[in-house]
Design a binder for this molecule. Structure first.
Ligand SMILES: [Zn+2]
Length: 212
């Protein structure tokens, strides 16, 4: 009988310690309790910008979006809603409706730039033209973080009247980390590790903006 009581005591102690550890681990995650919408630009019949060697913007947007989701959930402890998870077309209005009914704290749209000039390259992040300070702060911090990774020309933290920025209710940004139409850049964008790093540096900018 005494042995049994001792065993129950030990098991209870171990269970308690596990609960305390799990609670502590959850509490130390910088974005715990926060919700994000990640919007991988284009998809389906809409490839977005296309590289000279055939890489499409829709493919790499989705990859970066998926890596960003993993960073936000696993490292940040956040909740994520994706506007698309595969190569299907979703209208801009359906993306906005999904975002506005999600109860998310922030909206992050992932794109890559295109130009008729193949030499053109650089990093830019946008917020809406009438965006509040939270959007602008998030934009500035993600831009600064991305530049450390891409080491490309700083095309600025800009304002633009993009549909998804104009119609989303929460603070929102749109990233254009580099130009897929630059052949050297296109080569880099084929490397999953490069895309993972892009996502990770977007994540770091987000944590700098609202991490606890
Ligand atoms: Zn795009």
């Amino acid at each position: 009988m005494r042995k049994k009581k001792y065993l129950i005591f030990c098991l209870t102690t171990v269970a308690l310690l596990i609960v305390i550890q799990l609670t502590a681990a959850a509490a130390t995650k910088p974005l715990a309790g926060k919700k994000f919408v990640i919007d991988a630009g284009h998809g389906g019949w809409d490839p977005g910008a296309v590289g000279v060697n055939g890489l499409t913007e829709k493919q790499i947007n989705l990859r970066v979006a998926q890596y960003l989701r993993n960073c936000l959930t696993e490292y940040g402890g956040a909740t994520v809603v994706m506007t698309r998870v595969d190569d299907r077309y979703h209208s801009l209005s359906s993306r906005v409706v999904k975002a506005n009914t999600s109860g998310a704290d922030r909206f992050i749209s992932i794109h890559h730039n295109g130009s008729v000039n193949p030499a053109h390259n650089g990093t830019a992040v946008y917020s809406g033209t009438n965006a509040g300070w939270q959007s602008r702060d998030l934009r500035n911090k993600v831009q600064q973080s991305l530049l450390k990774m891409t080491k490309l020309r700083d095309l600025g933290a800009n304002s633009a009247n993009f549909y998804v920025l104009r119609h989303t209710k929460m603070p929102a940004i749109l990233t254009e980390a580099s130009f897929i139409t630059n052949p050297q850049e296109e080569q880099k964008l084929r490397n999953p590790e490069y895309l993972w790093r892009e996502a990770y540096y977007i994540y770091r900018g987000i944590v700098e903006h609202m991490g606890q």
